[in-house]
Design a protein around this ligand. Structure first.
Ligand code: PMP
Length: 460
């Protein structure tokens, strides 16, 4: 028996049945997967797309609102929503119109238009930080904020929480091992030691935070207000406020990455919990699924950025490169879509729809877990919730990771996929969008119930 309360034998038997079912059900995906092997490395346009629970990739034909259709004609209720990229629904109508409008008016010029100003104004009003920059992805936004933080403070070390993910930023690819910072496993082509300038500490550990900051070499703490990438981990009451207080006390910046937690409130956790960060990062859904990221900064930071830039320019005699920005950053298409999305899609009524649905889903998960007497728990935050294979919700990344039972997770996900439901891969997270219905939520709960009934019947 594993910690999840389900034996490997039961999971294997269950999974093997679901794999056959998937193969039978998806002949067109199978044929595309075979064709893709000849031109795409690993048979997919990005290698991790081959890491889902399915025996071969599920090929998508179209997506709209809370649903998508695969090439074999099956319809799915989507609780993954592109892992937040489509958290306000697939192809929101105002963004689709914006795409069409801008399509004949130039896609990229390396020059700004009025749309950018409107976006800056809305972002300032919504999140309370006065100045904004626009990037191509959230990964980029985090990378640039780390550069600014090092330039401003002239301190080298980035502090992150063990189990974090902030995109494919080199500096965050670290974990804790005992009280050491080590490389995250699986990194490809890592030739220099990331622990020189990055330090990882456990989430919800105020002492470790203070010890790490006390060393005096930390430029910034980069964190999500609640962890969402190693399973969900909620902050203890007051922990985020402590992060703000201690970073200020020890001269480090407080950077809040709300790329996922924007699902909590229209002003993010930043507004809801009054986090008062120095920098704020968001990406994925900000332009309705069109590639785009943003970061905002406080008045004090904008002045500090000016001073840092003046100092650096003097040293480079004006012939340098900031190391920030990609050619397509803030392109006309992305800016027009972001404007439409912020004006007409990401509004209070969207949150008023999503939040009660997520509550209903979390309650449904809890009922199913109780019914089957499993030692599992449910964590919820805004429109996002997750069931985890541990009795009490984890307080750190390490606790969340210890609750992983990959084979069980894959088997349950595949069972759901075979019955027209998609949840976020690699853990058990779900998101409700403005197009999700009560019936969709109830279908996920009842299908999980059926899955567990069959699984536990094998267990005997
Ligand atoms: N920050 C957080 C908190 C994320 O979860 C992610 C992606 N999962 C990113 C940043 C990076 O986003 P992107 O891959 O769009 O650059």
């Amino acid at each position: 028996m594993t910690a999840s309360g389900i034996s490997s034998h039961a999971v294997e038997t269950f999974m093997s049945h679901e794999r056959s079912h998937f193969i039978e059900r998806n002949p067109k995906s199978r044929s595309l997967a075979e064709r893709a092997q000849k031109s795409l490395y690993g048979g997919v346009p990005m290698h991790w797309m081959a890491d889902w629970s399915t025996p071969f990739p599920l090929f998508v034909e179209s997506a709209n609102g809370a649903r998508f259709r695969d090439v074999d004609g099956h319809e799915y209720v989507d609780f993954c929503l592109g892992d937040t990229g489509s958290m306000f629904g697939h192809s929101p109508a105002p963004v689709a119109s914006a795409l069409a409008r801008q399509s004949t008016k130039g896609l990229t010029t390396m020059l700004p238009g009025e749309d950018a100003i409107v976006c800056g104004e809305i972002l300032s009003e919504r999140f309370g930080l006065p100045y904004w920059q626009v990037t191509a992805t959230a990964t980029d936004a985090n990378r640039y904020v780390v550069r600014w933080a090092r330039a401003i403070t002239q301190k080298p070390v980035l502090l992150v929480f063990d189990g974090c993910y902030h995109g494919t930023v080199d500096d965050v690819m670290v974990r804790t091992q005992g009280d050491q910072t080590v490389h995250r496993s699986g990194l490809v082509g890592q030739v220099y030691d990331l622990s020189q300038y990055s330090r990882a500490i456990p989430f919800n550990d105020t002492d470790a935070l203070e010890q790490a900051l006390k060393q005096g070499d930390v430029c910034a703490l980069l964190c999500e207000p609640a962890m969402t990438n190693i399973g969900m981990v909620m902050p203890d009451e007051g922990f985020m406020q402590k992060c703000r207080e201690l970073t200020r006390q020890y001269g480090a910046l407080f950077v809040v990455d709300e790329t996922h937690t924007i699902s909590t409130d229209i002003g993010g956790c930043t507004r809801l919990w009054q986090l008062d960060p120095d920098f704020f990062v968001m990406g994925k859904p900000v332009a309705g699924g069109v590639p785009c990221g943003v970061f905002g900064c406080s008045e004090a930071m904008s002045q500090a950025m000016q001073s840092a830039k003046a100092r650096i320019n003097q040293q480079s005699h004006g012939h340098g490169h900031s190391g920030m920005g990609t050619t397509l950053s803030a392109n006309a298409l992305a800016m027009h879509c972001m404007r439409a999305n912020l004006e007409d899609v990401v509004n209070q009524s969207a949150y008023d729809h999503m939040l009660p649905l997520a509550k209903r889903l979390a309650a449904g998960f809890r009922d199913v877990i109780a019914k089957h007497k499993l030692p599992w728990s449910v964590t919820e935050l805004g429109a996002r919730c997750e069931f985890q294979f541990c009795q009490t919700p984890p307080r750190t990344g390490a606790e969340a990771e210890a609750a992983f039972h990959d084979e069980l997770q894959m088997a349950l996900h595949l069972y759901l996929i075979n019955r027209g439901i998609l949840i976020t891969p690699f853990h058990n997270m779900t998101l409700c969008c403005p197009h999700t219905s009560v019936a969709d939520v109830d279908k996920l709960v009842s299908t999980l119930d059926e899955a567990l009934t069959s699984l536990l019947a094998i267990e005997g």
